[in-house]
Design a protein around this ligand. Structure first.
Ligand code: NAD
Length: 349
């Protein structure tokens, strides 16, 4: 990959390659945009086959974070740190080293959780840097709760968009993944009288959560098939591709997982099938809003207000998409790009 060309094409400010011989750390840190405030992005730890795969992922994720920040109206931009996991890595030393790198950036980049980086890893980073979402009581807290609130209010907005009302007690949904966010979303929807079918690949967790919350357990191999109002992806990204899009029998797809679409073209495929896809980067910004408000303004924004904010943003994008007769994901991307261009013009870029 021609790195400087790729940066110029997509408007990156800075990309840092990080190596530490003591811990075996190899990582990339990308700062996409700081035109309105610092860049925010979690640490993804993943076993990449090749170095350029990790770099590509880092750039793609950092850009998506900018879109998320811009659409959520935050005075912040996108960044990302991607760590190349491998057996010889000394994880604690590696994360402490990352903490020192982040601290040296002096607040231009704030980091936090992502795939492969949980409370334990964040506490190692936090031992070296102020610019990280602390997992303890001194941090923003309630991250999954904030994401859940955004997902529920985003679904409500989608249902109102289609039918003029939520009519919860007449709805059937499928929740894919009963982890931190999925189990909370399922719980809220059950309390509103929704019929909730749920799939989870961890059998122990599936058994425990479905019986605790009174959900109907679904075989993960058949999770896309049921006729339902809303399919709620709360597991991994990339699940909607050529083979899976045709298997869906829902009216709406709206959930927490990042990068649900294997490619932007699949947003158009859903649109052509008459399925309303609520863009992931719009509906799953709850934890980011909670974290960014905490770091930037020193407040723990109320979870209800975060949900309401996301519901409103979803409503606006769906209305605009209907007006333009275009897939909401394309409209949201164009909107994010236009707002970013405005921000950069104001700064004089
Ligand atoms: P989690 O790891 O707690 O839960 C994910 C669950 O999905 C796990 O229990 C896993 O076993 C299950 N799963 C994986 N593949 C599955 C499949 N094919 N079918 C059924 N179950 C499957 O993660 P989380 O924190 O709940 O986040 C869920 C998704 O939302 C992730 O993609 C995450 O990146 C995204 N997200 C989370 C937050 C947050 O605040 N936690 C914020 C933004 C985005």
């Amino acid at each position: 990959m021609e790195i400087l060309d790729a940066m110029a094409r997509h408007g990156f400010e800075e990309v840092v390659a990080i190596h530490d011989g003591d811990s075996g750390l190899r990582a990339f840190l990308a700062v996409h945009d700081t035109s309105a405030g610092p860049a925010f992005g979690g640490i993804r730890s993943w076993t990449y086959q090749r170095e350029d795969e990790a770099l590509r992922d880092c750039l793609r994720l950092a850009r998506a974070m900018t879109a998320k920040c811009v659409l959520a109206g935050l005075r912040a931009g996108g960044g990302k740190l991607v760590l190349l996991d491998r057996p010889e890595l000394d994880r604690e030393r590696a994360y402490r080293h990352i903490g020192r790198v982040v601290e040296r950036m002096g607040g231009r980049f704030y980091t936090g959780p992502d795939v492969g980086t949980g409370p334990r890893e964040l506490s190692w980073v936090a031992a070296q840097s102020r610019f990280v979402t602390h997992p303890g009581p001194q941090g923003p807290g309630q991250l999954a709760e904030s994401t859940c609130a955004g997902v529920v209010e985003g679904i409500a907005a989608a249902l109102r968009h289609l039918d003029g009302t939520e009519r919860w007690e007449q709805r059937t949904v499928v929740v894919q993944g009963l982890g931190e966010v999925g189990s909370r979303v399922a719980q809220v929807l059950v309390s509103r009288g929704v019929r909730v079918l749920a799939s989870e690949i961890d059998p122990e967790r599936a058994e425990r959560v479905t019986s605790e919350l009174g959900l109907e357990r679904l075989d993960p191999a058949r999770e896309l098939g049921p006729v339902c109002d809303v399919f709620i992806p709360c597991a991994l990204g990339g699940i909607l591709h050529d083979l899976s899009v045709v298997r869906l029998h829902c009216r709406v797809v709206a959930g927490a997982a990042n990068n649900v679409l294997a490619s932007p073209a699949h947003g158009r495929r859903l649109f052509e099938r008459g399925i309303l896809y609520v863009p992931d980067f719009l509906i799953n910004a709850g934890a980011l809003i909670r974290g960014a408000r905490f770091h930037l303004d020193g407040v723990r924004e109320d979870v209800g207000s975060i949900g309401a904010r996301i519901g409103e943003a979803v409503e606006q994008v769906l209305a605009l998409a209907a007006e333009q007769g275009a897939p909401p994901v394309e409209v949201a991307m164009r909107e994010a790009e236009a707002r970013l261009a405005l921000r950069r013009a104001r700064r004089g870029d």
